[in-house]
Design a protein around this ligand. Structure first.
Ligand code: NAD
Ligand code: MLT
Ligand code: K
Ligand code: MN
Length: 355
């Protein structure tokens, strides 16, 4: 019997709505498979907590989370709390404290009707973005000088360490080798003459150990164009923290939108818990109305299953998702349907039970 202890942080806005459906699916799996059991421990942290308690999570929050096998997160961020506070005091705090330096974001078209791309381009979109998740533009290094004065200056410094750059690039080469796919590095060495020239050098350097992996290296501006005009050229992509953030929302737009985009924040050494979440935010514009698509959070639950060696269940969840996507009227409005968040989750769980 495999027991997976999951810390659940539903968070803000649509976070609790979509996480509830993901848990529903995990419970349905638990019911079907006598070899797996999940425990769910919920933490009330987030922006509402901040407004009541003056903090996004408890002071000993990281220590408490450290005891779990995994973290399942909805989203943080809500009007009334500055976004940089909700991000830095919860989401980024967890990613950094648990050295979740790999962010796996699949960009996969599960149904041909889901892409806005016309014609031949985009019929076979299936790639994995590996986003550096610990430093780079998100290092938090900087300053705000002479606030409010005419000589005001703000610095936000990208930090690219040898260790941090090498390990993400090596992870990506390993992934490409293992899955026999090409590897594309996306950077910006023409304008960013320190950080991205260094990134490109490390990409080449590490690549010498992987002569079997076919590689490409694009500037991020051109890569954005290729995402739209020729997404089929990408198989495994490795990129920096901020570029990865932006490019994966673009990738989501090509494959059904944010309601379908999942992400896994991985600590490959398994020294700390990894965290699974939809890549979207708290979507205040649709929160509390049953409009949120729960498929992204269900997909991230399938990434969790993969991570714990339950790839067969991970695959089954995606197979069900493919089937579900064949009937647009039974999906949430973002995908053209009329169903509520819960109705999609219920139907998903039913389909799983019948598998
Ligand atoms: N990981 C996170 O917790 C995370 C990620 C991104 C943004 N945020 C925060 O979320 C808040 C809102 O940010 P935003 O509006 O820029 O991004 P967002 O991802 O919340 O929403 C962008 C758009 O996508 C739609 N959308 C998102 N998820 C959806 C779903 N599951 N189903 C249907 N439609 C969906 C929203 O309605 C909105 O129109 C901000 O406070 C931001 O800081 C948090
Ligand atoms: O990493 C971020 O910037 C937060 C959010 O936009 C995300 O993509 O996880
Ligand atoms: K999220
Ligand atoms: Mn993002």
């Amino acid at each position: 019997m495999k027991e997976i202890n999951i810390a659940v942080i539903p968070g803000d806005g649509i976070g609790p709505e979509v996480i509830g459906e993901g848990i529903k699916i995990l419970k349905a799996i638990e019911e079907k498979d006598p070899e797996i059991s999940f425990s769910f421990t919920e933490f009330p942290w987030g922006c509402e907590y901040y407004l009541q308690q003056g903090k996004m999570m408890d002071a000993d929050g990281i220590d408490r989370l450290a005891k779990f096998d995994a973290i399942y997160l909805g989203a943080v961020g809500y009007p009334g709390v500055p976004d940089h506070i909700s991000l830095w005091d919860l989401l980024l705090k967890i990613r950094k404290s648990f050295d979740q330096y790999v962010n796996l974001r699949p960009i996969t078209l599960l149904h041909p009707e889901l892409t806005p791309l016309k014609g031949k381009s985009g019929s076979d979109i299936d790639f994995l973005v590996i986003r550096e998740n610990s430093e780079g533009e998100y290092a938090g290094a900087g300053d705000w000088l002479y606030k409010g004065k005419p000589e005001e200056v703000v610095l936000q410094t990208g930090v690219f360490s040898r260790k941090g750059t090498e390990r993400i690039i090596r992870y990506a080469y390993e992934e490409a080798r293992k899955s026999n796919r090409t590897l594309t590095s996306i950077s910006k060495g023409n304008a960013l003459q320190y950080s991205m020239v260094f990134w490109d050098e490390v990409f080449e350097e590490v690549g010498r150990e992987y002569p079997d992996v076919e590689t490409y290296s694009y500037l991020v501006d051109a890569a954005s164009l290729y995402f739209v005009t020729d997404p089929e050229r990408f198989e495994v992509v490795v990129t920096s923290n901020l570029f990865g953030d932006i490019l994966t929302d673009l990738g989501a737009a090509l494959t059904g939108g944010l309601g379908l985009a999942a992400g896994a924040n991985i600590n490959p050494e398994r020294k700390y818990p990894s965290m699974f979440e939809p890549i979207h935010g708290s979507a205040p514009d649709i929160a509390g109305k049953g409009l949120a698509n729960p498929l992204a959070s269900i997909w991230s639950a399938s990434q969790m299953l993969d991570f714990f060696g339950e790839e067969e269940w991970g695959r089954t969840v995606l197979d069900i998702m493919r089937d579900l996507l064949k009937e647009p009227e039974l999906l949430t409005p973002d995908l053209g349907g009329k169903a509520t968040t819960q109705e999609v989750g219920d139907r998903f769980a039913d389909m799983l039970k019948r598998k």
